[in-house]
Design a protein. Structure first.
Length: 352
């Protein structure tokens, strides 16, 4: 409208004066942020183009007018819930609520370590977790996470490492300080000694490799070792369980499950015949033993006396009877155990 002045001399020319509506606010996005401030808040409404001030509670905020219906402000530092208003020459707007939120705090992570391949689940405890928008392992987002409560989050660990990584939680209140999580290298096996043993188990085997500390399981095929001891990062001793055939020995640690190394279960050897069944007390008789499971023979005994022997095949073995007397039991021992026994009789030479 035009502003004029009237005197007895007449009415002046007019100069323009504009009436401004009181600004109106419709929305603030986001509606929460950290107590340290710095959040960019987008305000929408009307009559904003002539804004002279934006306040969060009693604190002034820096702002930029984008259009008559859009204004971008930087939240100042604050606390609690405050009212956001915009002031123009037309007056002060209605208010919208903005909440200052303290940053989350992570106090613990369980477990604190896992495989470099990720995929395991960890539980974070602390405070201020409500509305969490991100869980990160270093710079990598968790594969997934669930906010259980304001004090607990479960997260699926992403691939990473090996080595330490700082785990953080982000909410509208900011990002927590990191807590350490360790990515572990996968265990690697190089050998198991001995590489064979009886089907009944009970053999003590030495497993060598790398990254074996913290081993939780040692398996022979699908069967757990009867017991095991982690000697060092490169060695484990284990009591072999019962089994059969050739199986793969594996070790599981928080870093994952190792490659397999072969262990063969050997049947107890069986004897069917000894030819001849008698010989002189001076020994020296060649005795042919037949049966099964003889190829891995480690000892042949006549009674308690060891005999020299030669393995011909898995079913045939030739032994030289040692000196002895009376009737004794002949047995063959392999890593699979000791065979059944056959009778051998020492015969004194004739006397004239």
């Amino acid at each position: 409208m035009q502003v004029t002045v009237t005197t007895p001399g007449g009415t002046s020319n007019g100069v323009a004066f504009t009436y401004l509506s009181v600004p109106q606010l419709v929305s603030a996005v986001p509606t929460a942020g950290p107590t340290s401030g710095g959040t960019t808040v987008t305000l929408t409404g009307g009559g904003l183009s002539a804004a002279t001030a934006v306040t969060f509670g009693s604190a002034p905020a820096a702002f930029t007018v984008v259009s008559d219906s859009l204004l971008v402000a930087t939240a100042p530092a604050g606390s609690g819930t405050v009212q956001v208003t915009v002031t123009t020459p037309g007056g002060t707007s209605n208010s919208l609520t903005y909440t200052y939120t303290a940053p989350p705090v992570v106090t613990a992570i369980v477990p604190t370590q896992g495989p470099a391949s990720g995929g395991n689940t960890v539980t974070l405890t602390g405070s201020g977790f409500a509305g969490a928008t991100a869980v990160r392992f270093g710079a990598v987002n968790a594969s997934s996470f669930t906010v259980v409560s304001a004090t607990q989050i479960t997260a699926t660990v992403p691939t990473g490492g090996p080595g330490p990584s700082g785990v953080t939680v982000t909410t509208a209140g900011g990002t927590s300080l990191p807590v350490p999580y360790y990515y572990l290298s996968n265990p690697q096996l190089t050998s198991v000694v001995p590489g064979q043993g009886p089907v009944l188990g009970g053999t003590t085997a030495t497993i060598t490799g790398n990254n074996l500390l913290g081993a939780t399981v040692v398996r022979f095929g699908a069967v757990n070792a009867s017991s095991f001891t982690v000697v060092s990062a490169t060695q484990i001793t284990a009591t072999v369980p019962a089994g059969s055939g050739t199986v793969q020995v594996t070790v599981t640690t928080p870093g994952g499950t190792s490659n397999g190394v072969a262990f063969t279960y050997l049947s107890v050897p069986q004897l069917v015949s000894a030819v001849p069944t008698a010989g002189p007390t001076s020994g020296g008789t060649t005795v042919t033993l037949t049966g099964g499971g003889l190829s891995a023979a480690t000892a042949v005994t006549f009674g308690s006396a060891p005999a020299a022997f030669t393995v011909v095949s898995d079913s045939l073995l030739v032994a030289t009877a040692p000196a002895g007397s009376g009737t004794v039991q002949v047995t063959v021992t392999t890593p699979g155990g000791t065979s059944n026994s056959l009778t051998y009789t020492y015969t004194a030479p004739p006397t004239i």
